[in-house]
Design a protein around this ligand. Structure first.
Ligand SMILES: *[C@@H]1O[C@H](CO)[C@@H](O)[C@H](O)[C@H]1NC(C)=O
Ligand SMILES: *[C@@H]1O[C@H](CO)[C@@H](O)[C@H](O)[C@H]1NC(C)=O
Ligand SMILES: *[C@@H]1O[C@H](CO)[C@@H](O)[C@H](O)[C@H]1NC(C)=O
Ligand SMILES: *[C@@H]1O[C@H](CO)[C@@H](O)[C@H](O)[C@H]1NC(C)=O
Ligand SMILES: *[C@@H]1O[C@H](CO)[C@@H](O)[C@H](O)[C@H]1NC(C)=O
Length: 250
């Protein structure tokens, strides 16, 4: 598991981002109010933007990143060498590539409220979601999310169902990012291709679903009639839900 630690001693910066959190400045709306430090960063690697400075302090490095808010979501800062390196999203670590020296910090994902995304708080967690009412097939819906730097919504934890139940109000069906297109009966989440666990499968589907009706239902919808989820022909067109997640960005 990755452990996170709040950056301390960045009051000015925190306050500034808190402003961004509640007020839509030209900098946009940030998900988190502070940069976070990844204390066990062997699980993640930083995708470098090939921009670096020396003789910066932590605050200066964070400010460089903030100024590039459309591309900078992370940075490494080495207290010994004072080298500051900017990066984009963090990636699950590839064991062949090590993280640059220094501590890794990341900021919350950029939630583009100008592109109809909304920050919604449910329980302790804030989600950045876009409830698209345009009717697209599964592939086009996924592409529409990607074009907005997001992915089709996933429900890897039970609470994500409550989030949909609470906030998805203007439609009875919406694509989510789950399908068994690659192998019949083997459902994978579209964002990271992880398997739908058997626990989550029995939680998310009820009755006969997923039934692969007509042998052509490989994509999954949130469906209030066959609540919660239902498999459907991927060429069917319906609304969809896009989601931005922190760390990986997509
Ligand atoms: C950064 O530089 C490396 C090595 O030259 C290159 O492989 C990588 O594509 C560059 N990354 C970006 C975002 O330009
Ligand atoms: C946001 O939603 C409004 C109303 O549905 C629509 O007119 C507008 O084009 C949408 N903007 C984007 C960037 O999708
Ligand atoms: C979520 O919030 C509740 C109530 O405020 C708190 O007791 C709990 O520890 C929090 N959980 C996490 C994971 O932060
Ligand atoms: C969803 O289904 C309910 C029950 O049939 C119906 O009353 C409601 O109008 C539907 N909503 C939409 C947006 O189609
Ligand atoms: C999805 O829609 C796109 C655009 O209309 C179309 O090109 C594509 O063939 C469709 N795919 C499926 C599986 O229906």
């Amino acid at each position: 598991m990755m452990e996170l630690e709040r950056v301390s001693g960045l009051q000015g910066f925190t306050w500034f981002l808190l402003f961004g959190f509640t007020v839509s400045l030209s900098l946009g709306t940030f998900w988190e109010s502070t940069f976070q430090k990844v204390t066990t960063h062997s699980n993640f690697q930083m995708r470098s933007l090939n921009l670096s400075w020396t003789n910066e302090d932590l605050m200066g490095c964070a400010t460089h990143c903030l100024k590039l808010k459309d591309s900078c979501y992370s940075f490494t800062y080495d207290v010994k060498t004072t080298v500051c390196v900017l990066g984009s999203w963090l990636l699950p670590a590839d064991t062949s590539t090590s993280v640059a020296t220094g501590d890794v910090y990341y900021t919350g994902a950029f939630c583009n409220t100008d592109a109809n995304f909304t920050l919604l708080t449910f329980g302790n967690t804030t989600y950045c979601l876009y409830f698209a009412l345009d009717k697209f097939n599964y592939t086009s819906a996924s592409q529409a999310c990607l074009a907005r730097h997001s992915h089709l919504y996933t429900l890897k934890e039970p609470v994500k169902l409550d989030v949909l139940k609470t906030f998805l109000v203007n439609t009875n069906d919406s694509w989510v990012g789950l399908d068994d297109r690659a192998e019949e009966g083997v459902f994978r989440w579209l964002d990271d291709k992880t398997l739908l666990t058997s626990e989550m499968k029995s939680f998310l589907f009820t009755g006969v679903q997923p039934d692969n009706a007509g042998d052509k239902e490989d994509c999954v919808q949130y469906d209030t009639y066959r609540y919660p989820l239902n498999d459907r022909d991927c060429s069917y067109t319906s609304p969809f839900v896009c989601e931005v997640t922190p760390l990986t960005g997509l």
